[in-house]
Design a binder for this molecule. Structure first.
Ligand SMILES: *Cc1c(COP(=O)(O)O)cnc(C)c1O
Length: 473
């Protein structure tokens, strides 16, 4: 077993390794190139009887584990949405791991609870969210949306589903657009409402929810004896970063007395830029809001910011109070175990605090603006080249496009060519891109959002794309 002096020595070496990792990160293939089972079969079938030295373990990490890692912090990571980290965030995580505090209630680490409250208030102000929202850190946006759906369920059942289970006269319904993240459907299923009671509302040409279709669906359901309890609006959908018209949706929710939850998991970070505040016109009427600092605000996964207006409804839904958790501070402080699903909680506010302080609001704004500019560069090159087409508005830093030479109009051929193109690019190891489908069209997605991505990376990507086209069969 490692003693204190050995820990000190190995720790210093490890930090050097970490710094070198970032220095050399572009030498690694961004997407891991291993085949299924490659990693598993290299590892012994049973745990070692005798302890092994840290250098031995570290060696295996470098030789056996690292090849199976996809390097999310590589600036050529253009896939999905980024899950960024940054130096202050990593240092914060090291301290969190060192203290190993389990922050379920205020008493188990008052600083964790109070720093969480403070940083959630900072973020609320940074994003221009209403002052009457209460913030709490959740593990993921999926959990936060589940929390919102469960809270709506309890509020509209007068807190009876928690007590008795469904009585079969609730007839609850939930709404989101066809483009909304799968976590909403998952949440509806887990909450016992049932997938068939989730209506997916059609979208317009920009993949944003049709508010008229929402109102029609709600009216029809009410006429059929249903009780609409929750609408989820997306600010920045996963496929194309489409922005649902919040103001219109909020007015509908108000009219029919529905909980309005906003999923801004990715694009919520852009609200730190005043030029993006148009997205939250109508925010005063929102019941809950989620965004992920762990995606595009340079805070290590996991760190999800969840805001709720009716704190009492949230607490009544999730509160537990066994004898062994009763404290004298109860009622005077925030016991965050009552603000969500899990009991045990990591000290996540620390890394968030480090990031906000070290970047400063201006530093964060500058990063985000630079990422938007990179996407705009790529968009302009695509627009100038008649063999390519843009398939969705570039609202933030995601570019959706495909190769589409003018003489080819057969969808099947286009899909085949673009699939080939995507694979060719990923195989170079210099970039990792993914795809989606927009109204049936195979679409390449490029997100220019890694912490350290720069113009040179996007230029190199464009050159590679052009050269890969020549090899298409
Ligand atoms: C990424 C994403 C999610 C899921 O986020 P997790 O934190 O991984 O659960 C939900 N909604 C949208 C719009 C997303 O982009």
């Amino acid at each position: 077993m490692m003693d204190l002096e050995e820990f000190r020595k190995q720790g210093h070496e490890l930090v050097d390794w970490m710094a070198d990792y970032f220095k050399n990160i572009e030498n690694y293939p961004v997407k891991s190139q291993v085949s299924p089972g490659d990693i598993y079969k290299q590892l012994p079938d049973s745990a070692p009887e005798e302890g092994e030295s840290f250098p031995e373990i570290m060696n295996d990490f470098k030789e056996k584990i690292l090849p199976g890692i996809t390097h999310w912090q590589h600036p050529g990571f253009f896939a999905y949405f980024n899950a960024n980290n940054s130096f202050p965030s990593i240092l914060g995580e090291m301290l969190t791991a060192t203290m190993g505090a389990q922050c379920m209630i205020w008493d188990t680490s008052p600083a964790a609870a109070e720093l969480e409250e403070k940083t959630m208030n900072w973020l609320k102000e940074m994003l221009g969210l209403p002052a009457n929202l209460h913030g709490v850190i959740q593990d993921t946006a999926s959990t936060a949306s589940l929390v919102a759906i469960l809270t709506a369920r309890e509020k509209y059942s007068n807190y009876q589903v928690n007590q008795k289970g469904f009585s079969s006269d609730e007839h609850f319904t939930v709404y989101c657009s066809t483009e909304t993240h799968s976590s909403v459907e998952k949440g509806v299923k887990i909450a016992g409402i049932g997938k068939k009671n989730l209506t997916k509302i059609s979208t317009d040409d920009n993949q944003a929810m049709n508010p008229e279709a929402l109102e029609t669906a709600i009216k029809t359901d009410i006429a059929n004896g249903k009780k609409p309890i929750c609408v989820v609006a997306a600010l920045g959908t996963t496929s194309t970063t489409a922005v649902d018209p919040l103001k219109e949706i909020a007015a509908i929710c108000k009219k029919y007395n529905c909980w309005l939850h906003v999923d801004a998991a990715y694009a919520g970070s852009a609200l730190i830029l005043p030029e993006y505040r148009w997205m939250i016109e109508g925010i005063e009427d929102v019941d809950s809001f989620v965004f992920n600092p762990h995606k595009w605000l340079f805070v290590n996964f996991d760190c999800t910011a969840y805001y709720v207006k009716d704190k009492e409804a949230l607490l009544r839904t999730f509160e537990i109070l066994p004898e062994y958790l009763k404290t004298v501070s109860r009622g005077k402080v925030n016991d965050y175990r009552d603000w969500g699903v899990q009991l045990g909680r990591r000290f996540r506010a620390l890394k968030l605090w480090f990031v906000i302080r070290n970047f400063g609001v201006k530093g964060l704004q500058q990063k985000l603006r630079s990422h938007m500019e990179l996407a705009q560069s790529l968009e302009s090159w695509i627009n100038e080249n008649e063999d390519f087409e843009i398939l969705a508005p570039v609202n933030f830093n995601l570019v959706c496009f495909r190769y589409h030479p003018t003489h080819i109009n057969d969808e099947e051929t286009l899909t085949k060519m673009n699939t080939q193109l995507l694979n060719a690019i990923n195989q170079t190891g210099n970039f990792f891109i993914t795809h989606t489908k927009i109204k049936g069209k195979y679409t390449i997605r490029v997100v220019t959002g890694q912490t350290n991505v720069e113009q040179t990376h996007v230029e190199k990507f464009w050159k590679l794309l052009i050269s890969c086209i020549k090899d298409l069969s």
